[in-house]
Design a protein around this ligand. Structure first.
Ligand code: NAP
Length: 346
């Protein structure tokens, strides 16, 4: 229970290489609920999202996009919530927003914050539960939507291969590709997760990269090559996908979780010569480039969701203190779909 107090998870010490994210790294404290000043508003957190980038905050070194956290700081992260007090003319009490809540019950905002972490997005058509706006109708889905549709440019009948297909972004990529009439092959770790990718997400086939020969399976499943490879993991998976890229294929580089935190970074993919031979294209995605188009993406995703074409894939943990486990699930692969922390029950 919040009991009229603001509980917070504060960063206690840097994570060591290979160490799992756990409560060990944080201190649970509480303070008075902050009071918004002139032009500010107060948000009560209803759910927290997760992102692999949050591990970089804990490493004590600057990531490519964000500064590290200092000990004692509240863990950084985006969440969804409702405005409970407002001194801002454009933000009314009761409105739902997605913003940089941090790992805490309450946060104060100005409304004009900008940048990847800080931007406040109003949720025009709030669904119940609100955490859908972090996942199936929010940030994870926006990465899938713009990466696949704008960079991938899918056409009906094409073959789309997506890595981390059982994770947040990947589970939505696979579904949008199916909606667009593509043949979808998901890559995921473990037979159970692969079964989920096929049976729940609706992929035409799934490859267990942990136990199967990825090269052989891609060759067998994509005899005419991969038209779109949506990459969430990098490393050898990307390398094998490039080996099987189709003529004029597109590789969408969304994430590289398998190598992102290795120091020194491993060399790039040796099969990149195939981009020349196949006149293929490899392009990176930064979803925040599309921030002005988030409302239209949200509207289309919501229409697919209401029609039953887009299944919500949230993997929900309960309570503020489960946030470290939620983040670790991205690295252990324990998650199915989009990992969120629901705080409505406390
Ligand atoms: N570019 C952008 O703008 C943007 C925006 C959002 C997210 N992203 C990126 O998109 C990717 C997916 O993010 P998400 O939040 O949706 O996470 P997620 O896919 O829900 O979780 C990460 C998944 O990666 C897989 N994984 C973990 N370690 C791995 C390894 N060593 N090798 C292969 N697979 C591994 C796990 O799946 P298995 O169990 O199948 O191994 C895990 O479920 C991340 O790389 C993230 O950084 C990029």
């Amino acid at each position: 229970m919040t009991n009229g107090r603001n509980r917070q998870l504060r960063f206690r010490r840097c994570i060591t290489e290979g160490e799992p994210v756990s409560m060990e790294l944080f201190e649970l404290g509480e303070e008075d609920i902050p009071t918004p000043g002139p032009g500010q508003f107060l948000v009560k957190t209803e759910a927290l999202g997760t992102s692999p980038a949050q591990r970089a905050y804990l490493m004590g070194s600057a990531s490519r996009f964000h500064p590290p956290l200092d000990p004692g700081e509240i863990m950084r992260g985006r969440g969804v919530g409702r405005i409970t007090l407002s001194n801002h003319p454009d933000y009314a009490v009761g409105e739902a927003v997605c913003c940089s809540t941090g790992w805490q019950d309450y946060s104060v905002h100005q409304g004009d914050e900008t940048g990847m972490v800080k931007t406040v997005q109003k949720i025009a058509d709030p669904q119940d539960p609100l955490y859908l706006h972090l996942g199936t109708l929010g940030a994870s889905a926006f990465a899938a939507y713009f990466g696949l549709l704008d960079i991938g440019q899918p056409r009906a009948g094409e073959t789309v291969v997506v890595s981390a297909a059982g994770g947040g972004v990947g589970s939505i990529v696979a579904q949008i590709a199916r909606i667009k009439g593509c043949r979808v092959i998901g890559i995921a770790g473990g037979s159970d997760k692969c079964a989920w990718v096929r049976d729940f997400i609706g992929a035409d086939a799934a490859i267990d990269y942990k136990s199967e020969d990825l090269d052989a399976r891609l060759g067998a499943l994509c005899p005419d090559g991969i038209d779109i490879y949506f990459d969430n993991v990098g490393g050898e998976t990307l390398n094998m996908a490039l080996k099987h890229i189709a003529l004029r294929g597109r590789a969408v580089i969304c994430g590289l979780i398998s190598t992102e935190y290795l120091d020194p970074p491993p060399p790039g993919p040796s099969n990149y010569f195939n981009l020349i031979y196949k006149r293929a294209r490899m392009q990176g995605l930064v979803v925040w480039d599309y921030v002005d188009q988030f409302p239209e993406a949200e509207a289309e995703l919501a229409a697919w969701y209401r029609a039953g074409d887009l299944k919500p894939t949230e993997y929900v943990l309960q309570g503020l203190t489960s946030a470290p486990d939620a983040l670790q699930a991205l690295f252990s692969g324990a998650n199915r779909g989009i990992t969120v922390v629901d705080m409505t029950g406390e």
